[in-house]
Design a binder for this molecule. Structure first.
Ligand code: ARG
Length: 245
């Protein structure tokens, strides 16, 4: 019996690392957030974050799959272990850091107002007017806007959407006077839809990948991965491909 036990243990030890290699880590993405994460015409997850994670996975020796998850429920999904980490245009905030651990910042974004192409509304006029401004629910910019509106007594109405492109569509349809979002998705919209960026607001926000608090090893792996990626020529390639257009 004892020999059988020892043999079983040895088999487990031999199989252990092989099994670990087979494991596919799931990256939760908001697939409606170009240029960071979206699905292309063929239904394939794409974008800056998707490419970055794929490179890191190959370099650090793990398999990864990008799983679209509703943005509003993305952290609950991580905590419920439906996904293993989140690398999908997420701002590192104090509030989120109480629930998850973030990697070091890998990118920084500004926040901007967007209006319809023919609109004369200026960014600085928005605060004091009875206009309607759309933004994605559960974002740091929506929180900033609601907090500041309360503090400053701003007059505009906030309308929340499940995704940034949905706010852009209502802007195009004339149901919104302005939309507010991070610069890169706004720039993406400006290239595809009859809308224009009219000014900046709020704070510069650092993006990080998020893991469950107990997953220290994965956090180290992702941090190391980003460090290696940023030192590799592929990093500049990725920026040119997704962010500098
Ligand atoms: N600054 C925003 C935040 O982290 C961006 C999120 C918008 N959506 C997204 N899929 N990343 O709250």
């Amino acid at each position: 019996k004892r020999a059988a036990f020892v043999i079983a243990c040895l088999l487990c030890m031999a199989a252990g690392p092989a099994l670990a290699e087979e494991k596919v880590l799931l990256n939760g993405i908001d697939a409606n957030y170009p240029p960071f994460a979206y699905v292309d015409q063929s239904g394939k997850p794409s974008g800056f974050d998707v490419d970055a994670v794929d490179w890191i996975a190959a370099k650090m020796g793990f398999k990864v799959k990008h799983v679209p998850v509703d943005w509003d429920g993305i952290i609950p999904n991580l905590l419920a272990k439906k996904i293993d980490f989140i690398c999908s245009g997420m701002t590192i905030t104090a509030e989120r850091s109480e629930k998850v651990n973030f990697t070091a910042p890998y990118w920084e974004v500004k926040n901007v107002f967007v209006t319809k192409k023919d609109s004369a509304l200026k960014a600085e006029e928005i605060y004091g007017k009875e206009v309607t401004v759309g933004m994605q629910a559960g974002t740091s910019e929506a929180k900033w806007m609601a907090d500041e509106k309360e503090k400053q007594g701003w007059k505009f109405t906030i309308k929340l959407y499940d995704s940034a492109p949905m706010a852009i569509e209502d802007l195009v349809n004339g149901r919104l006077d302005a939309a507010a979002m991070n610069y890169p998705p706004a720039r993406d919209a400006e290239k595809k839809r009859p809308v224009q960026i009219v000014g900046i607001f709020g704070e510069v926000e650092p993006f990080g990948a998020a893991v469950r608090k107990e997953d220290k090893e994965l956090l180290d792996t992702l941090n190391k991965g980003f460090e290696l990626l940023k030192a590799d020529p592929y990093w500049e390639e990725l920026i040119a491909k997704h962010l500098n257009k």
